[in-house]
Design a protein around this ligand. Sequence first.
Ligand SMILES: Nc1ncnc2c1ncn2[C@@H]1O[C@H](COP(=O)(O)OP(=O)(O)OP(=O)(O)O)[C@@H](O)[C@H]1O
Length: 592
Amino acid sequence: MRNLIRLMRLYAPYRRWMAGGIALGLITVLANFGLLALSGWFLTTAGIVGLAGFAAQNAFNFFTPAAGVRFFATVRVVARYTGRLVDHETTFRLLASLRTDLYARLEPLAPLGLAGDRGGDLLGRLVADVDRLGDVFLRVISPFAVAASGALVMALVLSAFAPLAGLVLLAGLVLAGVGLPLASMRLGRRPGSDAVTLQTAMRADLIDGVQGMSELLTYNAAPAMQARFDRASTALTARQGRLAAIAGFGVAGNLLIANLTMAAILVIGGALVSHHRLPGSDLALLTLGAMATFEAVAPLATAFRLLGGIQDSARRVFEIIDRPVPIHDPVASPTRPDHLGLRFAGVRLRYPVPEKTTDQNCQLWALDGLDLVIEPGEHVTILGRSGAGKTSLVNLLLRFADYQEGSATLGGVELRAIRGDDLRSLITLVTQRTRMFAGSVRDNLLKADPDADDTALWHALAIARLDDFVRAHPDGLDALVGEGGVKISGGEARRLSIARAVLRDTPFLILDEPTEGLDPLTEAALRAAIIPLCVGRTTITITHRLEGIAPTDRVVVLDRGRVVEDGPFSVLEGAGGTVTRLRHLQDQCVQI
Ligand SMILES: Nc1ncnc2c1ncn2[C@@H]1O[C@H](COP(=O)(O)OP(=O)(O)OP(=O)(O)O)[C@@H](O)[C@H]1O
């Protein structure tokens, strides 16, 4: 219920649209009531007058009721059409703002705040759950408001003719509009919630499966995956079948109650007519009017049934909105310092501990007393074994993770006083996992500089030594790379990421294992492509290997989150520490 109230607050800016939609809905059902009641009365009266002889026929005014019927019919159509337009406009406006708000909430959470989520689940929240929340006005609020007000007005009108008929109608409406939907909601709650859970899990599995299709085929795991889908699909179909049966039960029940109510009103009206307390012509007005009234409560069964799923979706969407952001940005960054030197003193960084975790390692410091100074324009190679804290240092620099202790400054300004976007605008990152977006070579390059013209793109490709490859393709810059770069090789994707980096002229360049996993020839070509990229920029290269490090290069070795060696490569090579051990190991590997 709390989530529903919160959801209603999101609709607050659209209350005028909502009021308009409800008013038009009410006009529609009242016009329908007027149309059927007046038609019933008109036909019956015309019949009675027809039997009463020539004088009565001449005295009867056919034109006013006929005009009334046409009036109600026209109003009904126009009100229904404009009502639908207004209802959908309200929904689309809410959906548009909800989607953009939710996406704006997601961005500051990435990457650490979303590390535990499955891509398919997030997609489900952004698309299916948000869509379901858009249904609230269209399928729940508006039908409720129209049914409640319309039913009351119509029952009162009927009471004016026959109070008992009005009471019976009200009882029938409450039964069909509240009792029956409540029963279907109760019955549908479990299968509805199960269906949402199953759909979410299936979507997440499907995305995982499609993305990892090659691995599944390689390990012959595709049949097991297929069987898993089959099981989930069967379970989902069973739940959906149950929901459809409940919906059918709701429709049939509604019709039954409507017909029983009409029969009861016919009996009451008939008794009144036989006692001359009601003109015979009003009998059709009462029964047909009652029939029209049930149209107002018919959508309530769907409204109640959707309520459970909407509550689940609201919970899942609000869970993202309420998720604490891992990094708190200041309102504004100080002016950019002239001297872009980096200083880390006693920096300690720990990742947020997941709730209810039993993993004690989560409490360990990823950076544990890091002391390091990097002057502007310096080229530094960071070495260290797996888990030493190299990526954590990069996360700190990009403000993807925050430090809890010590001081980390850029030009004397604490990193946490600088907005993440401002800091990242100074840094270009090239990693072994640089993401290629589905689209063309041009689309991928323009991500780095949306204003770059073709000359700049070809220049960047030339520096990355990819220009010949792109030129040889019939589509040139418009050649498609496929999602995740599936249509190009790993080496070409890395070179494309380097071309992207060339287009981004920033004072800092971070290279996180950009040549990892490539064959020696491609690696050599990539190294050559990287050299011009480093000129005039502070360059931090993260690597496990010693290839490509010049004797004069500065090497910093990290271990358990702190600096254990720092100096020129030629000196550290013979100092008997990690660099020396790595050199021996690599020499042995070469001999083997
Ligand atoms: N998102 C995270 N949440 C929790 N702990 C993390 C997270 N990322 C890294 N860690 C932990 O922080 C420590 C340092 O990890 P980090 O990724 O910085 O090491 P690394 O030197 O880059 O390792 P590798 O060379 O394998 O990439 C490790 O103990 C790791 O398990």
